[in-house]
Design a protein around this ligand. Structure first.
Ligand code: NAD
Ligand code: TYD
Length: 340
């Protein structure tokens, strides 16, 4: 099989490529990535020299480039490329519409024109909006996105579904809960917390810390996407989640405990505007129909992740400078975080 993976230099995309090179060593993988602030080819250093892997720097919205790649023969497109951080979408929404909506539509168009056999749109549980204290998102839950990020992802999902209905394009969508693991950009909650704690800096917790997220180890998500690629049914949506719901406060307390750091490093800051209260995924469809199950319990996944950031200091120290500092200042100064 020959796969075009977009956004493969980011967190989930790079973990997925490493997973596929290990589990399908005869597949050819082309990684198309624009290398925004979030893209990092160091994530794929271990794939360097593998004749089955190649990298092309470019935009999913570049029709000529995408056509040239697809003309080389591609069996499936897996679209990870996106602007992915909610707080950045609040500060500057335009890039989210450009890449997540228009970029996805362009990629769908080119894949349709070139008769690509499968197209997987990587989406998020955030398209469903916020839950109350009970219940879970199923694939038929109405879309109710609340942030510019989730609205852009919901738009892309709807366009992808329309391409299935209208053009019989072989599209599938995965909607996953919060991923964590190695190579996650330290703007996201867990790597931000771990890297701050490694330097005994405060961890900013938004609002009352009682927002709930449902955590999944990134390699469990990779395995689920692999199953959807091979066994998923065209036109279907698959929710992916590991049933590890935690309030942000409880989640960060586990991290402090595993790292042996004092609770005094937790710092409450001003809440994110429009902050979704609770996400929880019902993954029974992918479990029943495709035989997927999560393998990593949260505490073990957290330990693996903490160990990775502890050993790979040069990876994140390089990132936590330049552009990152500008963003950190912009997002956290207004939230009242002191001493960062
Ligand atoms: P990320 O921000 O770490 O990586 C995104 C990658 O896309 C980067 O390498 C970036 O350079 C690339 N990119 C951005 N714009 C591009 C463009 N126009 N053309 C080509 N490449 C471009 O994101 P992530 O956390 O790895 O998320 C990957 C996908 O999974 C996204 O679609 C996201 O919405 C979805 N998702 C993420 C999570 C999560 O917890 N991280 C959960 C559910 C779904
Ligand atoms: P994040 O990693 O940004 O993922 P998402 O918003 O897509 O779920 O945030 C996870 C949760 O952690 C979310 O409820 C917001 C919260 N959070 C903080 O409390 N402090 C932070 O500094 C960040 C980045 C997030």
């Amino acid at each position: 099989m020959k796969l075009l993976i977009t956004g493969g230099a980011g967190f989930i995309g790079s973990n997925f490529i490493l997973y596929m090179l290990e589990h399908h060593p005869d597949y050819d993988i082309i990684n198309l990535d624009k290398l925004t602030y979030a893209g990092n080819l160091e994530n794929l250093a271990s794939a360097g020299g593998n004749p089955h892997y190649s990298f092309i720097r470019g935009d999913i919205a570049d029709a000529k480039l995408v056509d040239a790649i697809l003309d080389g023969g591609v069996d499936a497109v897996i679209n990870f490329a996106a602007e992915s951080h909610v707080d950045r979408s609040i500060l500057e929404p335009a890039a989210f519409i450009k890449t997540n909506v228009l970029g996805t539509q362009l990629l769908l168009d080119r894949a349709r024109e070139k008769h690509v056999g499968r197209f997987i749109q990587i989406s998020t549980d955030e398209v469903y909006g916020s839950l109350g204290a009970t219940g879970k998102f199923t694939e038929t839950t109405c879309l109710h996105p609340n942030s510019p990020y989730s609205a852009s992802k919901a738009s892309a999902d709807m366009i992808a579904q329309a391409y299935f209905e209208t053009f019989s394009m072989p599209v599938m969508i995965t909607r996953t809960s919060n991923n964590y693991g190695p190579y996650q950009f330290p703007e996201k909650f867990l790597p931000l917390a771990v890297t701050n704690l490694l330097e005994d800096r405060p961890v900013p917790v938004y609002g009352d810390g009682l927002n709930v997220r449902d955590w999944i180890f990134v390699m469990d998500n990779a395995e689920a996407i692999d199953l959807v690629l091979h066994k998923g049914k065209e036109g279907e949506v698959y929710n992916i989640g590991a049933g590890e719901e935690r309030t942000n406060k409880a989640f960060i307390e586990s991290v402090l405990h595993l790292m042996g750091k004092p609770a005094s490093l937790i710092t409450s800051v001003k809440d994110r505007p429009g902050h979704d209260r609770r996400y929880a995924i019902d993954p029974s469809k992918i479990m029943d129909r495709l035989g997927w199950k999560p393998r990593t319990v949260l505490d073990r996944g957290l330990q693996t992740t903490i160990d990775w950031y502890t050993v790979n200091r040069t990876w994140w120290k390089r990132i936590k400078s330049g552009e990152y500092l500008e963003y950190y200042e912009k997002n956290y100064a207004v939230k009242g975080l002191k001493g960062y």
